[in-house]
Structures are given as C-alpha cells and as structure tokens.
Design a protein. Structure first.
Length: 292
C-alpha cells in the first residue's frame, strides 16, 4: 500500500512539472507576438487619428508658385490664356484688355538693371483684336500696366513683354501715377523682405462699360490687386481695390480682403492652398501685418 501511494504521488508531481513547463513555453512564445501586436496598434492609431489642423504659422510647402498664379473663373468669360516669360495673362479679345495678369516677383528680380522700354506694341500671341496707341491717344486715359515695367527689369525680353497691349488697361492718370504706382513700389519692398511675392491684378468691368478708340477698348470702373506672400511664417495675403479715378490716399485706405475681391470678380484666387490657410488669409485685410 505504501509503494502504490508513493507511485501516485510521483506521477502527480511529474504532471505538475509538465504543466509548469508548458506555461513557461507558452509565455516565451506569446511575448514576441504580444509585442508585435502592440507595435501594430501604435502604428494604426497614428495613421487613423483625426487629421491635424493646418495652421497659418507654418510656411507653405507646396504647391509651386506657378500653380498659385492662376485664378479659377467661377463664371464663363471670354479669354485666351497666354504664358509669357515674365507674366501670365488672361486676355479678353471682346474687351481688348486683360481679364487678369499674374506673376511672381522674387527678391533677386527686384535687383534687375534693364532700362524701361516705353515701346507699346501688340502682343504677337494674341488671337483676335487688340488695342493700339491710337485708341489711347487723346482719350484722357493712361496705358496702365497690370504687370509693371519696373518689376520686369531682370531681362530685356520680359521688359519688352511688359509693353504688350495685352498687359494694358485704360487708367485714370492720377490712379496710374499715384495710388497704383505707390502700390507697385510697396510690393517691390515686400518682395525684398519676404523673398517672393505672388501678384494677381486686373480690371473690374460693370456692363455696359465705357470704351475708347476705334477698337472700342473697355474702360474699367475699378481695378483690383491680390497679393500672396507664401514663404513666410505666417503666410500672408491681402487685397487692394481702386476706383478708376484719382487715388491719392494712403495705401491702407484701399486695402480689402481677398474674399471681397473674389465676390466682385467671380474668381477664386490661390485655390491650390490648403483650405485652412486659404480661408484664413483671404478673410484678412490688415495692411499693418505687412513689412513697413
């Protein structure tokens, strides 16, 4: 009886040892599996967490300046898009003036030494009618540059392009030579300060419009300019609106939001920007946020 009892106890101890060994092996196997599952969960949580808000306090990584220069028209309009070396123009052959003109001005380009040309000529790429010097003669209006010659001193070719009639609009002399010119000079200062500025400008036409000359060149009631400084922190944008008449007040007087100009022109500016940045800068009209 004693020997049988001893044998049963030995078997019981051996069974317990086997169970403990099995548990140890199971734990050793499960440790790397559990760690792998933990790493996978961490990665999944990062990838599927809510999208972070994009702040205007970061500089713009993309898209390129060229994409930002082209506004989106929200209504049908007659246009021919012409990409010159110095600027892009949406030319309207019915009005004989541009719908808009856009270009990027860099710090380096402001240092150009090319002399002003003053030779106003037809744009060789325009398809259809275009204004002439005779249309402006004795009209009471200046041939107002949209992309100014002073921003095109970095190349003889772009200086010549700036005098194409596709880049001109009839402007009141005391707008062209005062407020509009003052803004052009200020933008050059901003380009130097911020490294690069994107400018889109053009006329605002309320039908029916007044015309000048044999070619019936449309005379705009107003002019707009929208400006983006995309490589600073924070990204900045602002708009300017002028009536086509004498403009001698401080530039801050003419500052408006880009949103308000979009409503007047039926165009969407800087649409490649992330929505959070676009919405923030286009609602702002604070002239004093810009370099003095």
């Amino acid at each position: 009886m004693k020997r049988g009892k001893s044998r049963r106890l030995f078997k019981k101890k051996k069974s317990h040892s086997n169970q403990r060994l099995g548990c140890i092996i199971a734990i050793i196997v499960l440790i790397p599996i559990c760690y792998g599952l933990y790493l996978y969960y961490q990665q999944y949580s990062v990838q599927h967490s809510s999208k972070p808000q994009i702040e205007t306090s970061v500089s713009l990584p993309t898209p390129s300046g060229k994409d930002l220069e082209i506004p989106v028209s929200l209504i049908p309009r007659q246009e021919q898009i012409i990409r010159h070396k110095g600027y892009t123009v949406s030319y309207n052959k019915d009005l004989k003036i541009p719908n808009w003109v856009s270009y990027e001005l860099t710090r380096q380009e402001t240092k150009g030494k090319e002399k002003r040309g003053d030779n106003f000529i037809a744009d060789p790429l325009v398809k259809g009618a275009i204004a002439t010097n005779a249309d402006y003669a004795r009209s009471g209006y200046d041939k107002g540059h949209m992309a100014p010659a002073a921003d095109m001193k970095w190349s003889p070719d772009v200086m010549k392009e700036s005098f194409y009639f596709s880049n001109m609009c009839p402007q009141h002399p005391q707008l062209n030579r005062r407020g509009w010119k003052n803004l052009e000079e200020k933008i050059r200062d901003w380009a130097v300060a911020d490294s690069a500025i994107i400018i889109i400008c053009g006329p605002i036409i309320d039908k029916p419009s007044k015309t000048i000359g044999k070619n019936k060149v449309a005379v705009p009631e107003r002019f707009f300019k929208v400006i983006l400084s995309p490589f600073v922190k924070p990204v900045r944008g602002i708009g300017f609106l002028f009536n086509n008449r004498q403009a001698v007040e401080p530039l801050s007087t003419y500052a408006v939001s880009i949103d308000s100009i979009e409503q007047l022109t039926h165009m969407d500016f800087f649409s490649p920007l992330p929505d959070e940045i676009e919405n923030a800068i286009e609602a702002n009209a604070d002239y004093y946020q810009w370099p003095r």
